[in-house]
Structures are given as C-alpha cells and as structure tokens.
Design a binder for this molecule. Structure first.
Ligand code: DX5
Ligand code: ZN
Length: 214
C-alpha cells in the first residue's frame, strides 16, 4: 500500500498559489488536496471549480477535491471537468452515499467519502465495497490550524481491519508528530495544511513530511 502526502492549499495565499504548489509537488507531494466549502455544510466559503481549473495545467499531481458542501452531487461534474481525479464528499451531506459513489465512478473519477469527528465508521461501512478512499476528519471541518483529535485513530484502525486495501486519509492537525501516529493506526494518505504554510522553508518541510510517509 502506497503512502502519500496530500498538502492542503487552504492555509496558503490563494492569490499566489502556483509557486507554492510547484514547490510542494517538486518536494515529493503526489496529491493536491482542495478544500471546497460552501458556507452551509461548514461556515466558511472557499473556492469553486473555476479556481481549480486555473491551477490544474501547471501541476503534475492527483487533484482531489474535498467537498465540504451540501448536495455535493451538484458539483461532481464541474470538479471532474476541472481536472480532479478524486472527489470526496461527506457522508453527512447526503442520504445516498452509495449512489453518489457510483456516479463518481461513472464519471471516471475515484470516489472518496469523508466522516466528521462525530460520525462513526458504521455510517460508511456498507459503502466500503464501492469507495476508493475514506477520509477520517481528525479535526472539525471548516478551518485549518486546529489541534489533532487522537480519539479519531480508533476509526482509522477499524477501517483498516474492515478493508485492508482501502485508501484511508486523515485530515486535520497533521504534523511531524501526528503523522507517524496516524500511519501506525493504519492511515496511508496524509493531508497537511498549516504545518507546511508556517514553515520557514516550504521545500524542506514538504520533503521532511514526504519522508515520514515512508
Ligand atoms: C479542514 C480541512 C483541512 C485543513 C487541514 O476543514 O479539511 O484540509 O485545511 O489543515 P491543517 O493541516 O492546518 O489542520
Ligand atoms: Zn480537507
């Protein structure tokens, strides 16, 4: 099972992102994690598909959209057309997760489902056979820079036991201390935002985190 670093661009200067993303990918990050918020599912609003489309041609990495939005299926086609190879919706934002995952596959993109800290694994257990990835939120969604919630690791371990070949992503509060802990629990995709954005040298910091992925 591969281990990947998925830098989140949320904590970077969005007006001047190209350079940062090139440095992230140049340093070994294989995924660009795009936090899309609608002001409804979570209070903040970030960006839409046109922003992703503008960024896409300059970068050679898997673009994954983390849709923290209500009725996520309304945005699937737009984000797939913008160049996202993986689209992650929240289990709490739909009553039809199985159908949504199927429709992502029909569009030719990988399907991911995310669960909030208050949501148990059981909520997604019956769709594990169809999704490519489960994202376990290790903070409450909506903001970068929050403290990692260690109690979420139990969910990671449970998911790893239920489906050994599943991509399990952790998102929120990941840094050089928490990444190895989450990896040990069974995660293999690591979202990192503010830790990288704060670094004195982005290039050195991303390389350090990629090394920790193993
Ligand atoms: C939070 C987002 C995260 C966030 C991670 O709602 O889903 O991707 O940007 O940021 P850090 O690494 O600062 O917790
Ligand atoms: Zn995210």
């Amino acid at each position: 099972m591969t281990c990947d670093l998925a830098p989140s661009i949320l904590s970077f200067d969005l007006a001047d992102l190209r350079q940062s993303v090139e440095t992230l990918v140049g340093g070994g990050a294989t995924i660009v994690h795009l936090d899309v918020m609608d002001g409804q599912f979570v209070p903040p609003i970030t960006f839409g598909d046109s922003y992703v489309k503008a960024l896409r041609p300059t970068v050679d990495a898997l673009f994954e959209a983390h849709l923290m939005i209500q009725t996520p299926e309304r945005q699937f086609e737009a984000f797939a057309a913008a160049g996202c190879g993986r689209i992650i919706f929240h289990a709490e934002a739909t009553a039809h997760s199985y159908r949504l995952a199927q429709s992502l596959h029909d569009m030719g993109v990988q399907a991911g489902v995310a669960i909030n800290p208050g949501t148990p694994v059981e909520m997604v257990q019956s769709i594990l056979e169809i999704v490519d990835l489960v994202l376990v939120m290790t903070v409450n969604p909506g903001w970068g820079g929050q403290k990692f919630l260690p109690a979420m690791l139990e969910k990671v371990t449970k998911l790893r036991t239920l489906r050994p070949d599943l991509h399990i992503e952790v998102d929120g509060g990941i840094d050089p201390v928490t990444l190895p802990i989450a990896r040990l629990a069974g995660a293999n995709v690591f979202v990192v935002g503010s830790h990288l954005a704060r670094a004195a040298s982005l290039s050195d910091s991303v390389k350090e985190m990629v090394l920790l992925c193993g």
